[in-house]
Design a protein around this ligand. Structure first.
Ligand SMILES: Nc1ncnc2c1ncn2[C@@H]1O[C@H](COP(=O)(O)OP(=O)(O)OP(=O)(O)O)[C@@H](O)[C@H]1O
Ligand SMILES: [Mg+2]
Length: 296
């Protein structure tokens, strides 16, 4: 096939326009999708406490462990209503985004469709004007359609991956959290047997992100071999004191000594190996105690 001089330049021109139209056909929908993915993620994240509460309400409303209390105290309606109210608010917040997403999706879809037909009109015009042949028209129209399909597929996959990456980042952030209570680099050998016992020196403690002092200026020694009962009203800080002893938390001020040395100087795992605690809110771990579990 031979073209008059200058025809190639005009076909190039048509192709440049087609590429621009192609971008107009796929980009707005992609950008819209990315924007609403971000919005959905932000909503899910900002509703984390409420979503946890919903899970918790579902658990206490339907668990065999809480069935006694739910029945005796007639909690079923209270739990169901609370769940309904919270779930309704969450549905409304999601609905708002879903409606906007659908509206914008339709509008941006229209731009894409208009661009698609615009490309056809352009190609047909160029054919009527004799710039391109019927064969080139068929070729260009087919290529444009395939390219649009491929690009849309590519961007849709990209947007799905980008959306998943938003949630994945939370997981990586979680893995990146470093424990604040760690063993020292060169731990002191654990006393065996313990000779002097535990000494609390001016120990005060607040739970993280709270204002209330749970323990204040606590000074006492628990001698080796001594039996000590701590008696106090609910919330006095008895369990907290035991948690400090096991280094589940660090004193906010003051220090705890074991045989005259700060607890922080000992290896954390060895310290916990030497302490046996049954907490009042103990957990039952429902697994069969086979050798392979016990040995780990
Ligand atoms: N993880 C926590 N975060 C914030 N505050 C807490 C936490 N655990 C306990 N507290 C608060 O610290 C205070 C002391 O609690 P703690 O459990 O040590 O008391 P307790 O003397 O063991 O009470 P009980 O007799 O009921 O077992 C209470 O006011 C409690 O609400
Ligand atoms: Mg307690």
């Amino acid at each position: 096939m031979s073209f008059p001089s200058g025809t190639w330049h005009r076909i190039d021109c048509v192709q440049s326009w087609l590429i621009l139209i192609l971008l107009i056909a796929v980009l707005p929908a992609f950008l819209g999708e990315s924007y609403f993915n971000q919005q959905s993620y932000s909503l899910t994240r900002s509703w984390t406490p409420e979503r946890r509460e919903l899970d918790y309400l579902r658990f206490i409303g339907a668990s065999d462990q809480t069935a006694k209390e739910v029945k005796i105290f007639g909690l079923a309606d209270f739990l169901a209503n609370r769940f309904k109210r919270l779930a309704h608010r969450y549905v409304l917040a999601n609905k708002h985004i879903a409606i906007r997403r659908a509206g914008w999706g339709a509008a941006l879809g229209l731009i894409s469709t208009a661009a698609y037909y615009g490309a056809y009109i352009l190609i047909i015009q160029q054919t009527i004007a004799g710039i391109i042949t019927i064969g080139t028209l068929t070729f260009l129209a087919g290529s444009f359609d395939r390219m649009r399909g491929l690009l849309q597929g590519l961007m849709s996959r990209f947007s799905t991956i980008a959306e998943a990456a938003l949630y994945l980042q939370d997981l990586f952030d979680f893995f990146a959290i470093q424990p604040e209570i760690v063993s020292p680099k060169n731990p002191r050998p654990f006393p065996n047997p313990i000779r002097e016992g535990f000494t609390f020196e001016q120990v005060s403690f607040k739970y993280p992100d709270t204002e209330k002092w749970v323990l204040q200026d606590l000074d006492f020694t628990l001698q080796a071999g001594e039996k000590l009962a701590l008696v106090g009203e609910n919330g006095a800080g008895k369990t907290t004191l035991v948690k400090l002893l096991a280094r589940l938390y660090e004193p906010t001020t003051g220090r705890i000594l074991l045989d005259g040395h700060d607890l922080r100087e000992y290896d954390l795992a060895t310290l916990r190996d030497h302490i046996g605690i049954i907490f009042q809110g103990f957990s039952k771990i429902c697994v069969t105690c086979r050798r392979k579990y016990c040995d780990r």
